[in-house]
Design a protein around this ligand. Structure first.
Ligand code: MN3
Length: 193
């Protein structure tokens, strides 16, 4: 991935229908995601010689953390979705999930709960740390600590991610999210050092 460019969506805006609607995807990608990158580039503390991970771990200025976080989180998020979801992880990732959470369904419940209970805007993440898998919540566009955690799966629970279709029903949106998770990408992330 080239940093500081919008990634090309690997599917059409309407590809995740009926789970995530085309209008939401278009506004989310072309307005919100693009906006974070635009504002990141305007931040006085922005340093394009650093990778996005380096930038987020070394420059604490709010304009960089908020907009850089928004850029990074969404870049991951688009790749974590697919119209051809396997609906369930497999291989090493499934083994790791089952050893930590007992069953995939138990993991799903706990991750869903993290998304539901993130008060206001934010994200739920499944990350891999040295100590193993962990489900975390982050407010606003705060990103997982990239020095110690590799994001495996991320769920955007900002209202802009679901309000057009689901209005206030975040639970319905999270149900839809499970239909379009890209478990192949998650498995690749899991295998990263
Ligand atoms: Mn968003």
């Amino acid at each position: 991935m080239v940093d500081y460019e919008l990634i090309k969506l690997p599917y059409a805006y309407d590809a995740l229908e009926p789970h995530i609607d085309a209008e939401t995807m278009e506004v989310h990608y072309s307005k919100h995601y693009a906006g974070y990158l635009e504002n990141l580039k305007k931040a006085p503390e922005f340093d394009p010689t650093k990778s996005i991970k380096e930038l987020l771990t070394t420059v604490q200025a709010p304009a960089v953390q908020n907009n850089g976080g928004g850029y990074y989180n969404h870049t991951q998020f688009w790749l974590m979705l697919t119209p051809n979801s396997a609906k369930k992880p497999s291989g090493e990732l499934l083994k790791a999930i089952e050893s930590k959470y007992k069953t995939f369904e138990d993991f799903q419940k706990e991750f869903t709960q993290a998304g539901l209970t993130q008060f206001g805007s934010g994200w739920a993440w499944l990350v891999k740390k040295k100590s193993g898998l962990e489900i975390i919540k982050k407010p606003n566009q705060m990103h997982p600590d990239l020095q110690e955690a590799t994001p495996i799966l991320g769920l955007d629970v900002w209202e802009h991610a679901y309000y057009l279709k689901n209005q206030n029903r975040r639970a319905d949106y999270i149900k839809s999210f499970w239909e379009v998770v890209n478990w192949d990408y998650a498995a690749q992330q899991f295998l990263l050092k």
